[in-house]
Design a protein around this ligand. Sequence first.
Ligand code: ARG
Length: 471
Amino acid sequence: MWKGRFSQDTDEAVQKFTQSLDMDWRMALADIRGSIAHVRMLGHTGLLSEEEASVIEKNLCLIAEEVRNGALVPKVSLEDVHMNIESRLIELCGPTGAKLHMGRSRNDQANTTVRLWLRKELLDIWDGLNDLISSLLKKAEEHAETVVPGYTHLQQAQPISMGQFWMAHAHAFLRDAKRLFDAYDAVDESPLGCGALAGSTLPLDREFTCNDLGFSSVTGNSMDTVAHRDHFMDVLYFAAVFGGHVSRLSEDLIIYFSTEFGWVKLPDSFCTGSSIMPQKKNPDVLEILRGKAGQLNGALMDLLTMTKGIPLTYNRDLQDDKRSLLRTIDCLHGIFSVLPALIREVAVDEEAANRGFRDGLILATDVAEYLVLQGVPFRNAHEKVGRIVRHCLDNDKPLTSLTLQEWQDNIPEVKGDLIPLLSPKRSMERRDTLGGTSPAQVKLQIENISLRLMMFDKEAKEFRERIPEGY
Ligand code: ARG
């Protein structure tokens, strides 16, 4: 392409080293669609005759077909998807094809191509996230009345509804959805017409290509546009935070699934065995999911580090931006291919979960709060109950086995109405503050999150409708 200026062919190792086909060939259809918009604009502004514009568009459609059926095999010597498509076009329609690249640089072209490709990927990722959150909502509904231990410091803390547990994860993923949609907004801008860095002397119509490609707006500064990758960072940041949430959910389930906890049941189809220990049933899927955070964080660090200190504007370092992006997108698709289905299959053994309540100490806060309602200052109540806890531990007695007499010997403010409150189920049901763990509150959360999920999905549908056909 630059044979005019050069007297030597590019070294073969250099060709291999500098190519980006291994990343951008999968965006070939998006690239062609971007070129079609460019050609339509050139026709619209009179830079191409109607005849020329239509010849180029027809041949680009032909090339799209060749890409789809695998007939067009890209050449590494042509460096990237953009030059491979353009070169094929020139092969097909000669001097007319050679007019395609007027008013355009690969700097704004590559930028456009990735954005076009990425918009669709992000909407597919939304579908996965929607599926995941929906599976959590369903589980929460199923388990709204199921009482299990809640932990802080991985020590038994207070009884909770298993529905509250699922909803805790659903809330985290819903915040991820917000970040995903913010990233989509950042991606959904049209760079086409920025040229190499400074715009063009030709009378390009950027609004035209923007509308033809269904972008929400044109970018504001040609130099900034070809130089920055903030929109990728937004995507990678969403993914990194999401990866942390996936990791935590996986770890929770791995712990509850362990022999020692033993109250979460995973189906055989989501576990694997051991090559030596016949008894083993390992939560490998969850472990792999837990580890994915590493790749997702790594991709974000990769791009943040790579872009630091690059001067304005386009520099070839930026070509590798796609590597971290693709790794992340593929990793996310992998997560969504198993996690929602796994959640749907998880069962909870409430009886096994409740075995952990045998000493009754998980109800200690309930007693302290009971005393507060009898007029005891909380700090005194805490101490009184602390002493009872020690009494129970010293005498190996469950808190729930104490008689009214024993209670009153230690804490005179206790009355008969305390005794019926001392069950994990009652305890869970009575935590009825907004956002709390009572089944009523869990159901309220399910309603709220379902509504917000529907609103996000409606927005995603509107985005999808704005994406043009043909790629
Ligand atoms: N293959 C390059 C990329 O993916 C295209 C842009 C090349 N621009 C340049 N000035 N060499 O970013």
